[in-house]
Design a protein around this ligand. Structure first.
Ligand code: URA
Length: 257
């Protein structure tokens, strides 16, 4: 009977050979609801028991029922929920937390998103523990991979405070593509002087401690580093360190260009 039920729904909605589709695309109803931020997994149980969720117009109380986000109509308190496979956040990473999903000793950037369902989320690249600023968090591996790909040369702009004054010769040396001891020198970059010991720098790579090492190569120590933008996404000035918001649709589209 179960076989016919499953086959029935697949054959109505999907092309032949759809057992694979069933495995890949079906998701537990409780997971679906928590992914869509209706509530945490434990609260979702109560919500389901309370008869507040309908699947294809029928009240569904069981969390382990599988649904197809692209086909099934799921309503919560009478309002349809549209499935969002990928989620994107802009986080103002504060100093002192690590750009990782887990750490035994320090807070991670995912701890800041503790009110969200963090399943599958990860930071796009890394900022050093003492660096602050824009970090994109997502569960979209393909877009993240492309943003980080050396071949894509996505611009990353930083505000940099220096321990001493920087002269035009040092700026020209860094801008031309400075050797920081790797196999190849850095790609050319742009520096915009704000004050004698404060600059913006825009780089197109993401090497380990890159900005700090670029200035170290001309004998200058970076005392403060803040990422201002990545591609067309600018750190929202209304965010304070440790705050985050969802990316807008325009920002998400800009990441995929
Ligand atoms: N360059 C650095 O040196 N550190 C960062 O966190 C980012 C870029």
């Amino acid at each position: 009977m179960a076989f016919f039920t499953i086959w029935g729904r697949i054959s109505e909605n999907r092309p032949p050979g759809s057992f694979l589709w069933y495995n890949v695309c079906m998701i537990r109803l409780d997971k679906y609801l928590s992914n869509m931020n209706i509530a945490s997994r434990s609260k979702v149980k109560e919500i389901l028991k309370g008869g507040r969720v309908r699947v294809n117009s029928k009240v569904e109380t069981k969390g382990d029922v599988k649904v197809d986000p692209e086909v099934d109509v799921i309503e919560f308190d009478g309002v349809r929920i549209f499935y969002e496979q990928y989620r994107y956040f802009m986080l103002y990473k504060p100093q002192g937390c690590v750009s990782a999903t887990k750490d035994r000793l320090s807070d991670t950037v995912l701890d800041i998103l503790k009110d969200e369902n963090t399943d599958g989320l990860f930071p796009v690249g890394r900022l050093d523990k003492d660096t602050e600023g824009l970090l994109i968090i997502t569960n979209d591996g393909k877009t993240a991979h492309e943003l980080l790909s050396p071949a894509k040369h996505v611009d990353k702009k930083y505000l940099v405070h220096l321990d001493k004054l920087i002269d035009d010769a040092a700026i020209a040396q860094i801008e031309a593509g400075i050797d920081i001891g790797d196999d190849k020198p850095c790609l050319p970059c742009e520096i915009e002087k704000i004050e004698d010991d404060k600059v913006f720098i825009t780089i197109r790579e993401g090497r380990f401690h890159q900005v700090k090492r670029m200035f170290a190569a001309v004998g200058i120590t970076v005392t403060f580093l803040k990422r201002i933008s990545m591609g067309a996404v600018l750190l929202d000035e209304s965010l304070k360190p440790g705050e985050y918001r969802r990316l807008t649709d325009e920002e998400v589209q800009s990441l995929k260009k």
